[in-house]
Design a protein around this ligand. Structure first.
Ligand code: SAH
Ligand code: SF4
Ligand code: F3S
Length: 438
């Protein structure tokens, strides 16, 4: 039996790609093992979004250099593979396979080449209209399933490698998405998370021609599916009809991740984000006016070239205005082949670090306040696990918050996968605590 090991870095798209790669390999007769040492084929599904992420794969490969020649094959998949291409072989000569996400459909053929002794096999074309779909995806979580609706990205944000590492946008047909949702429901999944670098630019390529809001409407009607989430939304393409779809359909969760990147219109313009602060705020207003209690989360980059103290102040006061439920914040990292390379007015590293710390401290206070507002409410939680150390069940709310809770009349049976009503009794900056009421 041929064996493989896979380690995944990066975003949910990568996590789900790995689930599909695993299914594909298993269909080819490979079996998955838990350590690289015991595998014939060692795969790293990589991320290139920031320099640190890229370095990780090369340090992993360095670790196993000595195993080269012992019959092991090393493969680099994902965004670093696509970005570095043949240069991966120069940096790590023991690698045998370099394959970007737009070429995973050809993995079976590439495996045959490797098995018949080929030393260097690549899948690097981005000229594709295909999406990578397989009925064999090996989903990791038994209740929540990822479902890709659109691959690639047609935007050109000045700092970002994704358009180069994942290629042009390709949407799946609405029919195949809805069919997959039905089969996921039949397989026992109750939550679906729709994935795309920019889900709002979803355009059904079939004659039905659905946009994203139409797809959301249909997803909300799949029998057996109790929760539907989606990520990521680009503010420019985020229309009011998405909020309307949420208002109409309780299956669509109370959460929108809407990356802003900066609170300064001047910086947004240099980032080529295609919206102003005011346009972004209009979308926040739509959500705040909705009868649904929508949690809003975002991504922020600090220290983009040319970001002044004033620009950064604008981001800080945007945090107050939006009252985010969670923020993913990063220091700008210079990336190969990106438009921002032309900027020379770099922000010094210590300034970036100070801004990141200040932003995270501010957001922590905002989150304490946001979460405290939930105390006293009853929320539905999907139970995801049990924490032996605290004796608490771990649940997730519709707003995507962690809600740890106890069950006063503990019956001893597993609650994992069930939906329970939980009264929130306490809160912290990153989670809620409560007691189940049913
Ligand atoms: N498609 C999504 C996000 C893609 S990457 C979107 O458009 O929002 C996830 C986050 O990584 C981005 O939102 C951004 O905040 C951050 N990021 C991307 N490139 C970066 C870079 N060069 N340096 C620092 N952070 C970056
Ligand atoms: Fe990158 Fe911008 Fe595309 Fe998001 S929308 S993946 S940040 S280029
Ligand atoms: Fe990273 Fe590629 Fe995702 S660069 S964030 S794995 S799209």
């Amino acid at each position: 039996m041929k064996t493989f090991y896979i380690e995944t870095f990066g975003c949910q798209m990568n996590v789900h790609d790995s689930e599909k790669v695993i299914g594909t390999l298993m269909a080819e007769g490979y079996s998955q093992v838990a350590t690289p040492e015991s595998a014939d084929l060692v795969l790293y599904n990589t991320c290139s979004i920031r320099d640190k992420a890229e370095q990780k794969v090369f340090s992993r490969l360095q670790q196993f250099k000595k195993d080269h020649g012992a019959g092991k094959v090393f493969g680099v998949l994902g965004c670093v593979a696509q970005q570095e291409g043949h240069r991966v072989f120069e940096k790590a000569p023991h690698v045998g396979l370099v394959c970007g996400s737009a070429s995973y459909n050809s993995l079976p053929q590439m495996l045959v080449q490797l098995e018949s002794g080929a030393r260097r096999v690549t899948g690097l074309s981005l000229e594709t209209e295909d999406t990578f779909e397989t009925p064999f995806a090996r989903r990791d979580n038994p209740h929540r399933a990822y479902l890709t609706i659109i691959e690639g990205c047609d935007k050109a944000c000045a700092y970002c490698v994704v358009p180069m590492t994942r290629g042009p946008e390709r949407s799946r047909t609405s029919d195949s998405v809805i069919r997959e949702a039905h089969s996921l429901a039949e397989a026992g999944y109750t939550e679906i998370q729709l994935l795309g670098q920019n889900v709002n630019s979803y355009r059904d390529p079939s004659p039905a021609g659905w946009d994203f809001a139409a797809l959301l409407g249909a997803m909300g009607k799949v029998p057996g599916i109790r929760r539907v989430r989606f990520t990521t939304s680009h503010p420019r393409d985020f229309g009011k009809e998405i909020i309307d779809a949420m208002d109409e359909n309780p299956v669509l969760c109370n959460h929108v991740h809407l990356p802003v990147q900066s609170g300064s219109t001047r910086v947004l313009d240099r980032m080529q984000r295609l919206y102003t602060r005011d346009e972004y705020m209009r979308r926040i207003e739509w959500m705040k006016r909705s009868p649904r209690n929508i949690a809003i989360t975002t991504d922020i980059i600090v220290g983009f070239p040319g970001e002044t103290d004033e620009d950064f102040e604008a981001t800080m006061n945007l945090l107050d205005e939006c009252g985010y439920d969670s923020v993913f914040s990063f220091k700008y990292s210079q990336r190969p082949n990106t438009p921002a390379l032309r900027y020379e007015d770099h922000v010094p590293e210590p300034v970036k670090s100070a801004r990141l710390t200040a932003l995270q401290e501010k957001q922590r206070t905002i989150q304490i306040k946001q979460n405290a507002a939930a105390v006293g409410t009853v929320q539905e939680a999907l139970v995801e696990g049990f924490n032996k150390a605290t004796g608490q069940w771990i649940g997730r709310t519709s707003q995507n918050k962690t809600l740890n809770f106890i069950r006063p009349r503990e019956g001893g049976e597993s609650l994992i996968g069930r939906y329970l009503d939980v009264q929130v009794t306490r809160s912290g900056p990153n989670s809620l605590v409560g007691e189940s009421v049913n």
